[in-house]
Design a binder for this molecule. Structure first.
Ligand code: FMN
Length: 201
């Protein structure tokens, strides 16, 4: 098994997929399990993850994916990450599923804020699942592209995401061997490590 740093060095945002390669059903099931197991504040789980492999629907989504169009077309799967759009619905869900302590935390620390802030907090949880997911993909040898550059209202309509709203999507599959964004061709670009990572004694 590769160590995590090696995975971090080698994973990258795939810009061109091999349209002939498909992710096996077994691996797709594993990815679904990983998303289901994602951590979230107070175990709030305000999300929905929608997997799309159907070529017709993928092509329709591609039309609303701006500069990501080719990736959406050629990738094996698209996963759309959405968040519950109605705070009252979310509150009913947690009332039904979470222990009293978690609800008390929510009532004291999150609920008193303005609606926008509550919705932001919910969206943060979905973004956290993205980090978890991208790491899992790397571990499983699956290439990926996180994409905020999509027409989110159009995605909501095409997927009939009633009660949820799209935050971003992830394209999944296997890279075209010529993809020029691969770290072996284009080295990773980051700020100096000392500018962002500190130790305090
Ligand atoms: C939330 C999020 C949204 C992103 N949206 C896009 C996108 O729409 N299209 C794209 O090609 N890359 C997108 N990226 C990829 C970033 O540009 C990329 O992660 C960053 O440049 C670092 O490169 P690396 O992932 O190859 O290490 C997105 C990344 C994140 C985390």
């Amino acid at each position: 098994m590769k160590n995590f740093k090696t995975l971090a060095v080698n994973r990258y945002t795939t810009k061109k997929y091999d349209s002939t390669k498909r992710i096996s059903e077994e691996l797709v099931e594993e990815l679904k399990e990983v998303l289901w197991l994602s951590p979230s504040s107070i175990n709030s789980q305000p999300w929905r993850f929608t997997f799309i492999a159907n070529p017709t629907l993928k092509n329709e989504l591609a039309e609303y994916s701006f500069h990501n169009e080719e990736k959406v077309k050629d990738a094996s799967h698209i996963v759309v990450f959405s968040v519950i759009d109605d705070v009252a619905v979310f509150e009913k869900q947690i009332a039904k599923n979470l222990p009293e302590g978690a609800i008390a935390y929510y009532n004291k620390n999150i609920k008193p804020g303005p609606e926008d802030q509550i919705k932001n907090w919910m969206a943060h949880q979905v973004y956290l699942s993205l980090g978890f997911f991208l790491s899992a993909c790397a571990h499983m040898g699956i290439d990926s592209t996180p994409m905020e550059g999509i027409d989110k209202p159009a995605y909501n309509n095409l997927l009939k995401l009633d009660g949820y709203r799209t935050l971003f999507a992830v394209a999944l599959g296997y890279r075209d061997t010529g993809d020029s964004n691969q770290p072996v061709i284009k080295p990773k670009s980051r700020l100096d490590r000392d500018q962002v990572v500190f130790s305090v004694d």
